[in-house]
Design a binder for this molecule. Structure first.
Ligand code: NOJ
Length: 531
């Protein structure tokens, strides 16, 4: 049985606001994405995931959707989207959109109708609580802002509704009630709308929160604790709705579409529980696992995590994913505090078994922008830095149609822009291109089995290493987590050549058994090396 395309693809996440502006309003747009398709082909990725492009008041920069079946004029039009999908497909690039099913914007016509009338059928599409305006139903907190001040209540009193409504995120994002079958059907229709326009699938926002048990909304404030905050989330119902969704994705008339879930559950077994199951699987095709984003840069922690992922996903015959950056977390170089480590992380991302998701700008080795408080945009309060605009060249406005974009430029954009890095074989961009080419050329790296090295020298050292194998095709991947050099010898085979090195050192030459400080390598058998 051939594996589905998404198991063989490298995804590239585009945050449209920050990608490329062609109109001069300082916000990226769909025409800008179209213009960059050739450079993405050159980079070597296979599929694009676009963060939301729907009409939205932008309280959460598009994750507050006012219409699931259109494009916000800020980004362009439906025609632009159709053209983008057509142009991408002409280049063998797939396009996956972002679907935000747990909440709408307060400006969505469904919510406008629901809040205006207790008798409207839409009232039950949201979670209202008709109590006293003085006292919220309980003390559940919303997720945003995170990490700084105590987040606000997850309940907002609405004068128009004469009731409280529940919102896990900002007050402008009322949660939907998936227990209502009409709501579910209406949401399924929004998927079909885009399937018919040719999009290849969806990334599904915080999918673990789909299921809610309204009976958990009690005035004493004790709800299910699942994910980051107590709330009405009911995992069993989430599984049920996801199984129903899976049937919608699989029964598309032109063949199955991809469902990749943002499963924000910070334990590996829990995250895996939403993916696959059984040979064909009846839940998500793919799901994110966010734990690596929070792992310290230590060999022992990463080795244990890789083993856990193998076990948890293996037990379900589910295919893992790897995402080490996104629009929600500080960039790798900022998090790890070192360019060398961020380069090693690129080798990790593209050397592991599973579908990689590369966040736009990581291939340039960007750091977070410094955003002064008066320019802050993010309702959560900590995500502006990683959303800084992508610098394309070293001219004024770095290739954007405007000098100042909606957020400040990332540090050192004059050198880290794509055009400058393209000329430099030692740049981070050149490293990503070599890694993506190596992955494309090797069935072992794309699809092969993975065996973590249990070799004593590897276990005791700061090196995490694993073998990838598909039939006769074999590679070794080794990452030195130490800032000093370390010995490492693959446990199988002999006569290895450095196919790709995170610092470029020794590529094409026989591997000498030693990794430089913070170096990561892909090794190929000398016999098969193309040199
Ligand atoms: C997860 C998204 O990635 C994030 O950007 C958004 O703010 C929340 N979900 C709410 O939709």
């Amino acid at each position: 049985m051939t594996s589905p395309w998404w198991q063989d693809a490298v995804f590239y996440q585009i945050y449209p606001r920050s990608f490329c502006d062609t109109t001069g309003n300082g916000v990226g747009d769909l025409v800008g994405i179209r213009r960059k398709l050739d450079s993405l082909v050159e980079l070597g990725v296979d599929a694009l995931w676009l963060s939301p492009i729907y009409p939205s008041p932008m309280a959460d920069h598009g994750y507050d959707v006012a219409d699931y079946c259109d494009v916000d004029p800020l980004f362009g039009s439906l025609d632009d989207l159709d053209q983008l999908v057509a142009d991408a497909h002409d280049r063998d690039l797939r396009v996956v959109l972002d679907w935000v099913p747990c909440h709408t914007s307060e400006a969505h016509p469904w919510f406008v109708e629901a809040r205006c009338s207790r008798d409207s059928p839409k009232r039950d599409w949201y979670i209202f609580w008709e109590g006293s305006p003085e006292v919220p139903p309980n003390d559940w907190r919303s997720t945003f802002p995170m990490g700084k001040a105590l987040p606000g209540s997850a309940w907002t009193w609405d004068e128009i509704s004469g009731a409280w409504y529940y919102h896990r995120f900002t007050p402008q994002q009322p949660d939907l009630n998936w227990a209502n079958a009409d709501l579910r059907e209406a949401m399924h229709d929004t998927l079909r709308f885009w399937f018919d326009r040719g999009v290849d699938g969806f990334r599904i926002d915080v999918v673990q929160h789909l299921g809610k048990d309204p009976s958990l909304v009690t005035v004493d404030g004790h709800g299910s604790i699942f994910g980051d905050q107590p709330g009405p989330t009911d995992p069993q119902r989430s599984h049920e709705y996801i199984r129903e969704l899976r049937r919608v994705f699989d029964s598309n008339r032109d063949g199955p579409k991809l469902a990749v879930g943002e499963v924000y559950v910070l334990d590996v077994q829990g995250a895996a529980s939403f993916v696959g199951r059984g040979p064909q699987g009846d839940e998500l095709h793919l799901g994110f696992n966010f734990l690596p984003l929070f792992l310290p840069w230590k060999a022992a922690e990463w080795r244990a995590h890789l083993a856990l992922v193998e076990e948890a996903y293996g037990a379900r015959q589910a295919w893992p994913t790897w995402a080490f950056g996104s629009h929600d977390i500080a960039r790798q170089r900022t998090r790890l505090g070192s360019g060398a480590r961020a380069r090693a992380m690129a080798v990790l991302l593209l050397g592991l078994r599973g579908t990689p998701f590369l966040y736009a700008g990581e291939e340039l080795g960007l750091e977070d922008a410094h955003v002064p408080p008066e320019q802050a945009q993010d309702p959560a309060g900590f995500r502006d830095g990683c959303r800084a605009p992508i610098p394309w060249d070293d001219g004024p406005g770095f290739g954007w149609a405007v000098d100042e974009a909606w957020l400040p430029w990332p540090p050192d954009a004059a050198n880290l822009n794509a055009a400058t890095q393209r000329q430099d074989p030692d740049s981070v961009l050149s490293l990503y291109r070599r890694l993506l080419a190596a992955r494309r050329a090797s069935p072992a790296l794309r699809q092969g089995e993975q065996a973590l090295s249990r070799h004593e020298s590897a276990i005791e050292s700061d090196v995490v290493a694993w073998e990838r194998r598909a039939g006769a095709d074999v590679r070794w991947v080794a990452v030195n987590f130490s800032d000093e050099s370390r010995r490492f010898v693959p446990a199988t085979g002999e006569g290895w050549v450095v196919a790709v090195a995170s610092d470029g050192l020794g590529e094409g030459a026989p591997y000498q058994g030693e990794l430089a400080p913070s170096q990561a390598v892909i090794l190929e058998p000398a016999a098969s090396a193309t040199g």
